[in-house]
Write a protein that binds this ligand. Structure first.
Ligand code: GDP
Length: 670
């Protein structure tokens, strides 16, 4: 074809495309920055015309044949349902998964073929390919509502308009926490025995994860002392059951490592804390030491001018128990806990099990509303109808109101502790939700998505302005370095982000640390400590990042880097080599091949290339194939001759210089 000058407009008329489409296509072919009035470089005109001809043919044949998954033509709209897995995205875009993964890398998103990516990322990637990707569009709906309304809210998320008169005070739900052997269980047992409701006879016959005690006529629900690991594991799943934490500290022992840990877990939950100084019957009881320990942990007692209530008790003699219950009720009053008994129940699972004769049962605590026999329910990924309700006294009841612990019978499976329970409009609806959750859970397992946070996540959140706190769970080998690190961390100032040390402790990194991090979106930092067996696995599951250091300076530098937002994966161009074209071979079949001499470095199949003519860049694309004599080879080194074919570029002339390079994506090192 005789060469003549053409501009974008000419091309768009010739191929029936908009100028925008032509420009996008040219950009994809390595001609960036074109404007509607730009001229097409003469040297590349033939090649580009051939390319556009090819595109037109492809489009026509796809339209005519209508077979196979067509490659979406540019500017078209394609639909996909969430969750978006890389493999599925490749399918709908008509691309190879590798291509999608590479493009994602160019967007600094590292994902494998089976991984889920954010809808916004998929939409942007598709847009780069000039495809309008629509996520979760409703079928058969002409007047589809906006994207936000795409999913029916699940029952527990549905807003419920409480009429002012319907809200009544709710019984407080209390959890005891503290160091092992400081008397949590004994205190709870004593309260159970001494503060049963008037007229109630006998002991407790059923353990259903919680019990109700009375101070006068006022009730308090006590969740069985779960240990803070279980407490935080539940919170990690979004179950904020507890209204008030009672931190139990033995008067003869004072604060111990688990006391501090429990305190930090309670603080992370943002609930009021009451300190119960237990075992004051012992001769060596030293309550003042506990007050001092509180002060040292920034928890000042009321007696010392702070806000934290302190009650001296003895589980053994019963001394101070009444005062403790009164203090709990006072704290509850200030919280103004309210619930509406008329609304459908929402509840959390405390424990669950498979019981002979009953099937799956769950010990739940109703947080709001009233649960009735016969209610259709959804609980985690299971559903059912409430067939039986058993209260903490072991009696069958017809309903359970707010803050009431109760065992339910009738679920289709055994839900996780911390799972939410909600009432649906029908069992059919419950079943449908359960089924879709089952699918999502499998996807989550596949992609490892969970509640924790890595520093990279944090960085991307910072970019979108969502998060401005870097939460840290710190473990160190000795108290001195722990304090030094905490102090130094406090001194790092940044206007983008602040640091919050949720917990600092001595010793190895444990499951507890990971659970706390998972429930709060924190990072676990270890200094001169090991990670306990199995903890790395849990961290992976919970998506929590653990970073280990042995030099304080390095630790601080890394945290500073994280705060300064320097975590973006480095995208570096690595030059591989150069070659120049000696001769062009025209083959009878197939495309032109250029005979080259590799002047420097190495050429690899798949590497990126730039073609320069008289010092001017004329093409940017990939090396499609390499030949040495009659053989296809993967790479050719300096000083050797070879035949090179580039992807979508045929317009070589002798003397052109080709530069080869790779894009290295280096994960930001912290
Ligand atoms: P938990 O691990 O925190 O649940 O502690 P336990 O309730 O199991 O109590 C640990 C030990 O401390 C048991 O031997 C109890 O009998 C004892 N204990 C608990 N409370 C008191 C108390 O008020 N006074 C005395 N003298 N001993 C107590």
């Amino acid at each position: 074809m005789a060469k003549r000058s053409m501009n974008i407009k000419n091309l768009s008329e010739r191929y029936g495309l908009s100028a925008k489409e032509v420009i996008a296509e040219l950009e994809a072919q390595g001609f960036p920055g074109m404007k509607p009035q730009s001229m097409i470089p003469d040297a590349s005109l033939d090649l580009l015309l051939a390319h556009f001809d090819g595109l037109r043919k492809k489009k026509e044949s796809a339209e005519n044949a209508g077979k196979g998954p067509p490659v979406p033509s540019r500017g078209t709209e394609v639909h996909i349902k969430s969750p978006i897995i890389v493999k599925n995205l490749a399918e709908v875009l008509g691309k190879k998964p590798n291509e999608i993964i590479t493009n994602l890398m160019m967007m600094n998103v590292l994902a494998s073929i089976n991984q889920m990516i954010e809808p916004a990322v998929a939409v942007e990637l598709a847009a780069r390919m000039n495809v309008n990707l629509v996520v979760d569009k409703r079928e058969k709906e002409e007047h589809a509502p906006k994207a936000e309304a795409k999913k029916e809210p699940v029952p527990e998320e549905k807003g419920y308009d409480d009429k002012p008169g319907d809200l009544v005070p709710r019984i407080p739900i209390v959890t005891f926490m503290g160091h092992v052997d400081h008397g949590k269980t004994s205190l709870q047992d004593t309260i159970r025995k001494t503060h049963v409701a008037a007229g109630e006879a006998g002991g407790i016959t059923q353990s259903i994860g919680a019990s109700v005690a009375y101070s006068g006529k006022k009730a308090i629900t006590f969740v069985d002392t779960p240990g803070h690991e279980a407490f935080t594991a539940m919170r990690a799943r979004g179950a904020n059951v507890t209204d008030i934490v009672v931190l139990v500290v033995a008067a003869d022992d004072g604060f111990m490592p688990q006391t501090v840990e429990a305190l930090n877990h309670a603080r992370a939950a943002g609930v009021p804390i009451i300190v119960a100084i237990n075992k004051i019957d012992l001769p060596n009881a030293n309550p003042d030491k506990v007050l001092l320990n509180m002060q040292q942990n920034e928890l000042t007692s009321e007696e010392w001018g702070g806000t934290c209530g302190v009650v001296r008790v003895s589980a053994k003699t019963g001394q101070g128990i009444d005062a403790l219950l009164e203090r709990i009720l006072l704290e509850a009053e200030m919280l103004e806990l309210r619930a509406n008994p008329k609304r459908p129940a929402s509840a959390y699972v405390l424990e669950s099990q498979l019981e002979q004769g009953l099937g799956p049962t769950a010990n739940i605590i109703v947080k709001n509303g009233t649960l009735h026999l016969g209610d259709p329910i959804i609980c985690g990924e299971y559903y059912g109808k409430v067939k039986g309700l058993i209260d903490y006294k072991g009696q069958r009841v017809k309903s359970a109101g707010s803050s009431m612990p109760v065992k339910i019978v009738g679920l289709s499976g055994v839900p996780d502790a911390g799972a939410k329970l909600a009432v649906c409009t029908s069992e059919k609806e419950a079943k449908e939700i359960a089924e879709s959750r089952g699918v999502n859970k499998r996807v989550e397992t596949l992609t490892g998505k969970s509640g924790g946070m890595s520093l990279d996540d944090l960085f991307s959140q910072m970019e979108t302005g969502k998060k401005n706190t870097l939460r840290i769970v710190l473990k160190a080998d000795v108290c001195g370095s722990m304090e030094a690190i905490v102090e130094s961390l406090k001194k790092i100032l940044s206007d983008k982000i602040s640091i919050e040390v949720l917990h600092a402790g001595i010793g190895a990194i444990t499951e507890n640390d990971v659970l706390l991090a998972s429930s709060t979106g924190a990072l676990v930092v270890g200094f001169h400590v090991r990670v306990n067996p199995g903890v790395n696995e849990l961290a992976k599951k919970e998506n929590v990042e653990i970073r280990l250091y042995s030099i304080i300076y390095e630790l601080l530098e890394d945290i500073k880097d994280a705060m300064a937002g320097r975590l973006e994966p480095d995208k570096r161009e690595k030059e591989l080599g150069t070659a120049h074209i000696l001769k062009i071979f025209l083959l009878s079949k197939g495309p032109k091949i250029c005979g080259c001499m590799v002047d420097k470095g190495i050429v690899k199949v798949g590497s990126k290339s730039r073609v320069f003519r008289k010092g001017e860049l004329i093409f940017n694309g990939e090396v499609r194939s390499l030949r040495r004599f009659q053989d296809d080879v993967k790479e050719v080194r300096q000083g050797m001759e070879c035949g090179i074919r580039l992807d979508n570029f045929l317009d070589f002339v002798e003397g052109d210089v080709i530069q080869f390079y790779e894009i290295e994506l280096k994960k930001a090192t912290l």
